[in-house]
Design a protein around this ligand. Structure first.
Ligand SMILES: [Zn+2]
Length: 307
């Protein structure tokens, strides 16, 4: 029986791999640094193929127990054709037939997907979103992304580009953004901007968000206020999608979600105040549950639940 899948999570700094069992648990894992193989797409795909072979070497399960490989990539992914359209942060990736190349190397079926969508489907089927038919999963990190589950299906849009919540404008003017717009949500709630804000508030250029989180945990008022104000920002960024999509829950993931307990009350308060009554009363703000494994576990959903 092909009860296992292999999940591959390609990030800007590392590529993580894991064997996922029938219950959606990661039973074996490995990783390598992305940087060494950034030269060409072919080099990175070969490195992934080799890492898969090493992971399956002498192991139980072996290749014959694997139903498929699900790969999450940080960019615009043509899921139907298995083609990476573009990876904005990894140079040289333009219209790469990833699925075809990796399948030829390994002779195992491959599906590829946007990394935030992988996290979303993982959380939806095996994590915080279990049993929920309409949800938004947002990742707060260097970038601010989102995956949408609507009527029990992942919604990708006709160009596979839906869910770019980080580029919802919050201001008529406002700072320029890499996407070509300005005043985008990400320019306020992205990791870099929060770091800058923390440096200003605490008058310490080297302070990290981890440190601000630690201080909040110790009950320090200034740190708690920092996260409360960040929650207001995140809440404002979400009001529009709450009004438009009427989701049952919003799952908060990504590195910044570590501070969820300090963010949640002000996110909820802001949505209650500013979103429309019906939508606001129906939406729950919950914390992602699968942590760094969400992208790997998403592979299980990609391979086994979708065509
Ligand atoms: Zn933008």
């Amino acid at each position: 029986m092909k009860n296992f899948v292999i999940g591959v999570d390609v990030g800007g700094t590392s590529v993580k791999l894991g064997i996922v069992n029938a219950l959606g648990n990661v039973v074996s894992r490995s990783s390598f640094a992305t940087e060494e193989f950034m030269g060409t797409p072919e080099a990175l795909i070969t490195a992934i193929a080799n890492a898969v072979l090493v992971l399956l070497q002498g192991a139980k399960p072996s290749a014959k127990d694997v139903a498929g490989i699900g790969v999450g990539l940080p960019g615009l992914i043509d899921v139907e054709n298995g083609v990476v359209r573009i990876l904005p942060n990894i140079p040289g990736w333009l219209d790469v037939p990833f699925k075809k190349i990796l399948e030829r190397k390994l002779n195992i079926p491959v599906q590829i997907e946007n990394d935030v969508n992988m996290i979303t489907i993982g959380e939806w089927q095996y994590g915080a979103g279990k049993g929920i038919e309409n949800l938004i999963c947002i990742t707060l990190g260097t970038g601010v992304g989102a995956g949408l589950v609507l009527n029990n299906n992942i919604y990708r849009g006709p160009g596979f580009a839906a869910g770019e919540i980080g580029h919802v404008p919050l201001e008529i003017d406002g700072p320029k953004c890499g996407c070509g717009g300005w005043g985008c949500f990400e320019r306020y709630a992205g990791h870099k901007s929060l770091q800058k804000q923390a440096a200003k508030v605490f008058k310490d250029k080297s302070i990290t968000l981890e440190e601000v989180y630690r201080r909040a945990g110790e009950g320090k008022k200034k740190a708690i206020k920092f996260w409360d104000e960040t929650g207001v920002l995140v809440g404002i960024g979400l009001v529009g999608v709450v009004n438009i999509l009427n989701p049952q829950c919003i799952i908060i993931g990504g590195g910044v979600a570590r501070s969820f307990e300090f963010l949640q009350p002000s996110i909820k308060r802001t949505i209650d105040r500013r979103a429309m009554k019906t939508q606001a009363s129906m939406v729950e703000i919950i914390k992602a549950r699968l942590g760094d494994d969400a992208g790997l576990i998403g592979a299980k959903v990609l391979i086994c639940h979708e065509k």
